[in-house]
Design a protein around this ligand. Sequence first.
Ligand code: AR6
Length: 187
Amino acid sequence: MLDINFEIKDKILEIVKGDITLRNTDAIVNAANRYLQHGGGVALAIVRRGGDIIQTESNMIIRNQGPIPTGKAVYTSAGNLKSKYVIHVVGPDYNEYAPDAATEFLKMSINSCFDLALKLRLKSISLPAISSGIYGFPKDKCADILIQETFRHLEKRDSLKKVEFVLFDEITADIFANTAKKYFEIY
Ligand code: AR6
């Protein structure tokens, strides 16, 4: 799949197949757990490439605040990554919630990322398919929720000019591309 761009007012939504740890946006989003223990999935890839500073700062957050509620986002520096920040968001574990509750928590998760993006005055952000790996969220539902919330957000006037979804495998990238096309047609 080639990268696909959608222009929404003066902003851009991009769908990319690739490794989120290699992106050069202002922040990349990590699909974290409540304890910010980055031991698997995209979280582990981020700490491997970004360095231990990301886990160390995450541990400090947990010491100060306790476990992060599902749907909430916090941030650390990005170590050796090209981005300035890593935004750690706790998506819902699909096996722990009824489908409607999981949907609401996933919406809350991406909107928490956008709220932090505003607070940090980011111009660009990269997101993975939050909750769709170890946390088992069906990929088509995940894409539908994340893309719909992104369209809603990009219609607002603010500093965030570019949102990209970086999907690790071809199947997920195709699902996100098709979902973005669908919402672009009706927007
Ligand atoms: N770049 C982009 N996407 C990736 C990468 C990468 N380098 N690596 C994996 N993905 P997951 P979750 C995709 O399991 O479901 C962790 O252990 C992956 O294919 O990372 O929210 C945390 O610490 C999938 O589509 O996150 C939590 O314990 C998506 O990223 C738990 O997993 C998310 O998969 C969170 O589970």
